[in-house]
Design a protein around this ligand. Structure first.
Ligand code: ZN
Ligand code: ZN
Ligand code: ZN
Ligand code: ZN
Length: 258
């Protein structure tokens, strides 16, 4: 089940906001407390809350004297005291995202917001931030959508890495494809996962040369001998710190160094 809950308090309230200057309001308002402790007090018009505190350090409620919510963050305080309570309720809540498919575990809707998760259960698939989730479904009977991820080539794999591994696909394409650029090292670069996907020297730990594989397509060869990648922000060497004549097409002669 969804663990996250949103709290809603509606009624005639006094709101005291000490989030800068001290402001006091009274009205029949609705207060929303999000799972990240963001507190929003809404009145009858406009999209903007009358008062709010984003990601408070703490939100406490006290039923002793009517009903009071107190949110605190550093020196800021937001206090909502209900004189006449119309309702107080707790509802399950999830992140909202673009619908991308159907949950294989419960039939709920899978949405993408960062990762891909179900809005009805705790099923979740971690996917790279730059992945494009596609309309077509996985070939196997998992029924999940597939994604396109650029790691040297454009790979088209299931969003469930236990169904189809992006790492395996990248390894198959580029393992030992490039030479370690470290002077005096004759190692090949292996495709490894250390946090992210990297191309790292096979002689590790004797040689600790390693590069995170950029989100992009191999476009040519750099003056340093490593491949260049066409990425969303331009062409770059596999080595992000390399400045040796980028974007030399594979077929062009060496003229990049000056
Ligand atoms: Zn589900
Ligand atoms: Zn699959
Ligand atoms: Zn090496
Ligand atoms: Zn380079």
């Amino acid at each position: 089940m969804i663990d996250d809950a949103i709290r809603v308090l509606a009624g005639d309230c006094t709101v005291i906001a000490e989030t800068g200057d001290r402001e006091e309001y009274r009205g029949r308002v609705t207060t929303i407390v999000k799972p990240d402790n963001t507190v929003l007090v809404h009145d009858s018009d406009g999209y903007q809350p009358v008062a709010w505190l984003t990601r408070a350090d703490s939100v406490s409620s006290d039923r002793a004297d009517g009903f009071t919510l107190v949110a605190k963050k550093d020196t800021q305080t937001l206090r909502i005291a209900a004189h006449d309570r119309d309702g107080f309720a707790t509802y399950p809540v999830s992140a909202a995202g673009t619908p991308v498919g159907t949950c294989p575990d419960c039939g709920g809707t899978l949405v993408r917001s960062g990762d891909v998760h179900c809005v009805d259960c705790d099923t979740r698939y971690g996917i790279p931030a730059d992945a494009t989730v596609r309309d077509d479904k996985c070939d196997c009977d998992c029924g999940l959508p597939r994604m396109r991820v650029e790691r040297g080539l454009a790979f088209d794999v299931c969003i469930d890495r236990s169904c189809e591994s992006l790492d395996d696909a990248v390894r198959e394409a580029f393992d030992r494809e490039w030479d370690c650029p470290e002077p005096g090292c004759d190692g090949d670069l292996r495709i490894l996962r250390r946090g992210g996907l990297i191309a790292g020297c096979e002689h590790y730990p004797d040689c600790d040369t390693g590069f995170a594989i950029p989100a992009g397509i191999v476009a040519g060869e750099c003056g340093c001998g490593l491949p260049t990648f066409e990425t969303r922000s331009g062409t770059r060497c596999l080595d992000a710190t390399c400045d040796r004549g980028l974007a030399r097409p594979l077929e062009a002669d060496s003229a990049a160094d000056d």
